[in-house]
Design a protein around this ligand. Structure first.
Ligand code: ATP
Ligand code: MG
Ligand code: FE
Length: 344
């Protein structure tokens, strides 16, 4: 099926077009520069930017794919979770397209779309697959039986998301927002074992209750303390070493728990998705440790890890291929849509 997907859950206006598992176009307009000076995404600014970018981004995607809107078999859109006002713009645009074209509408879950996108690069998902989803708003381990119906959470962060920790530590180091890519780059010049930092929820006692959960706020505080002590002593802060040691601590816990969950569930395929999956150290560490225990690791290329429309189109195409019932035309935008609700 030829499917057009729309994504507006945060600050990226994404429109993707796929035919089955083949990517035809992935147009993204980001308002990230407008948020940078506030150190985080400002919801009202994001909503207005989506309004302005929506039609041009749809036109750009159709142009790249070489199709006209009436060629599509279905329209898919992120129904949640995300920023309410931002989601509303995408959902309204998708409804208008679906009604105008007389095509079915699929309102899908943003987190499941972060998983489904890998099909565009590595082919059909193994079933089941263990998904480590790490982004600015989420960090979870999911057992995915069928990405259109069966997503089962095994664990999640109990405080900050992994991407949020990257962004906060970057801010502390005076690096621009969003901080993930800057930490990734700075870490290449640093020493991963320079600073001994905590691995959240890995003590024997914590593992009893939180075996597959994450915690990153203690790590962020430990980095802040270390940097403050350094500044008080008048010595320069070694940005590369802090970035590398912090990144190592995050990746170590993510990979350790993901492989433990894979073993526990008897699953041999690990998929990493979401913005933090673009991290070079996370990708390398997962590959290395996975190969030692016989777990195959799949990670989409960085441009498909951060928010985009292709991931929504990919999940929409899977809905069509599996004969799922389309959404009603009064489809809501649900800012706190649970990960278990894949199709709304
Ligand atoms: P969600 O899917 O939870 O709604 P989101 O909308 O914030 O998340 P994503 O694009 O999925 O958006 O993820 C953005 C996050 O990914 C940011 O926190 C950013 O710092 C982080 N990130 C991007 N690239 C890297 C990288 N190379 N290393 C680490 N983190 C990264
Ligand atoms: Mg973003
Ligand atoms: Fe996302």
């Amino acid at each position: 099926p030829l499917v057009l997907g729309i994504e507006t859950s945060c600050d990226e206006t994404g429109v993707g077009i796929v035919r089955g598992t083949t990517l035809l176009a992935d147009a993204v307009a980001s308002s990230v520069d407008e948020h940078a000076r506030f150190g985080g995404v400002v919801p009202e600014v994001a909503s207005r930017a989506h309004l302005e970018a929506m039609v041009p981004t749809i036109e750009r995607a159709c142009g790249t794919a070489g199709i006209a809107p009436y060629d599509v078999d279905a329209v898919a859109v992120t129904s949640g979770p995300g920023l309410a006002g931002a989601l509303l713009v995408g959902v309204a645009a998708a409804k208008a397209l679906a009604i105008g074209l007389g095509k079915p509408l699929y309102g899908v879950n943003h987190l499941a779309a972060h998983v489904a996108v890998d099909q565009l690069e590595h082919g059909p998902l193994p079933e089941p697959v263990l998904a480590l989803l790490v982004s600015g708003g989420h960090s979870s381990l999911l057992r995915v039986e069928d990405v259109t119906t069966g997503v089962d959470p095994l664990g999640a962060t109990i405080d900050d998301a992994a991407g949020e920790a990257f962004d906060k530590v970057a801010r502390l180091l005076g690096l621009p927002f969003p901080g993930g890519p800057h930490i990734d780059r700075a870490a290449r010049e640093g020493d991963r074992v320079a600073i001994d930092l905590p691995r959240g929820l890995t003590s024997r006692r914590d593992l009893e209750r939180h075996r597959f959960d994450f915690s990153f706020s203690g790590l962020k505080t430990a980095v802040a303390r270390w940097v403050e002590a350094r500044e008080r002593s008048g010595e320069p802060v070694p940005v590369g070493d802090v970035a590398a040691s912090f990144q190592e601590a995050v990746c170590d816990v993510l990979v350790r728990k993901a492989l433990d969950a894979a073993a526990d569930q008897g699953i041999e395929d690990l998929l990493i998705g979401g913005g933090v999956a673009a991290n070079s150290r996370l990708r390398a560490m997962a590959e290395e440790r996975g190969s030692k225990v016989g777990v195959r690791v799949r990670v989409p290329r960085p441009g498909l890890c951060t928010d985009n429309g292709a991931m929504v189109a990919a999940l929409g195409a899977e809905m069509v291929a599996r004969g799922r019932t389309p959404s009603a035309l009064d489809l809501p935008a649900d800012s706190s849509l649970p990960v278990t609700s894949v199709l709304v």
